[in-house]
Write a protein of this length. Structure first.
Length: 251
C-alpha cells in the first residue's frame, strides 16, 4: 500500500523529517505517536502534498505509484484522505454540493459515470447514519457553526463518502469528549476493509483502545525511533515520552 524510504522534509530552512522509513500493507492500521514537534503532522502534510513543505530526500510510493510526483488533488483521487486536526469552515458551500463535487471528481478520475442526484442522496443518507451525523448538519455549509466534535464527525462522514484506500487521521481525537470519540472510532472501524489502510496520529492511548492498531510507531526529532504492537501505546501512556527520549540520547 504505502512505502516510505529515507524521507526528509523541510519547512523553509528548517528540517523537520530526518529520514522516515515506513511500510504499511493493505488492511493494516498503524498508529504514530510522539511528543509535540516530533514531525507527526509534518509527515501527514508531506504525504498529502502540502506545498509549505519541501521534500529534500527520499521516496514515497502508494500502490506502486510515485506519490511525491503527484499533485495534491491527484493524491486524493488515488485514494489518500486526510482528516485535519483543525477542520476549516467553508461558508456558503453546502455539504451536499461539496461532497457531490468531491465524489464525482473521484469517479471521473476512475473513469466512472457521475452519480445522479437520487443516487448521491441515497449514498449520503447511508454514510450519514454510519457516523451518526445529524441531517441538519449535512444540509448546512461545510463546518460552519459546527462544534469541535461535529467537525470531527463531519470529517469521518467525508471519509465514508470518499472511501479512500489510505486514511490519515491527524489527531482526530483532539478536543473530543468520550461520546464523540466513540462515534468517530466506530465510524472508522466500520469502514475498515482488507483493502484499506489507516494511519492514526495521536498523543493518547485512549483512542487506540477504540481503533486497535496493528503497529505503533514513536516519532521523535523527525525519525521513527521505536516500533511495536498496541502494548507500546500503553507503555507510553503510563511512562510518558521521557524514557524514549532518554534511550534515544543514549544511543
Amino acid at each position: 500500500m504505502l512505502k516510505i524510504k529515507n524521507l526528509h522534509a523541510n519547512i523553509g530552512d528548517k528540517e523537520i523529517l530526518r529520514g522516515i522509513d515506513l511500510e504499511i500493507r493493505a488492511g493494516e492500521t498503524h498508529a504514530i505517536m510522539g511528543p509535540n514537534g516530533s514531525g507527526k503532522s509534518t509527515l501527514s502534510a508531506v504525504l498529502t502534498g502540502n506545498p509549505l513543505y519541501t521534500v529534500t530526500e527520499g521516496e514515497a510510493w502508494l500502490n506502486g505509484k510515485n506519490l511525491l510526483e503527484m499533485k495534491p488533488e491527484d493524491r486524493a483521487r488515488e485514494g489518500i484522505f486526510l482528516s485535519f486536526q483543525y477542520p476549516v469552515e467553508i461558508p456558503g458551500v453546502s455539504m451536499t454540493n461539496f461532497m457531490r463535487a468531491a465524489v464525482n471528481a473521484k469517479r471521473e478520475y476512475q473513469g466512472l459515470e457521475p452519480l445522479n442526484a437520487s443516487e448521491f442522496l441515497k449514498l449520503m443518507r447511508e454514510k450519514r447514519k454510519m457516523v451518526e451525523l445529524d441531517s441538519k448538519l449535512a444540509n448546512r455549509s461545510v463546518n460552519e457553526g459546527f462544534s469541535g466534535g461535529e467537525k470531527k464527525r463531519n470529517e469521518i462522514f467525508q471519509m465514508a463518502m470518499l472511501e479512500p484506500k489510505l486514511s490519515i487521521l491527524d489527531e482526530t481525537d483532539s478536543g473530543l469528549d468520550v461520546d464523540a470519540m466513540r462515534i468517530v472510532a466506530e465510524g472508522v472501524n466500520r469502514m475498515h476493509t482488507p483493502d484499506t489502510s489507516v494511519i492514526v496520529i495521536t498523543h493518547y492511548e485512549r483512542l487506540l483502545e477504540m481503533i486497535r492498531p496493528d503497529v505503533v510507531h514513536v516519532l521523535y526529532q523527525g525519525r521513527i525511533v521505536r516500533t511495536g504492537g498496541p502494548e507500546l501505546a500503553k507503555e507510553i501512556e503510563s511512562k510518558g515520552y521521557d524514557w524514549i527520549k532518554a534511550s534515544v540520547h543514549e544511543q
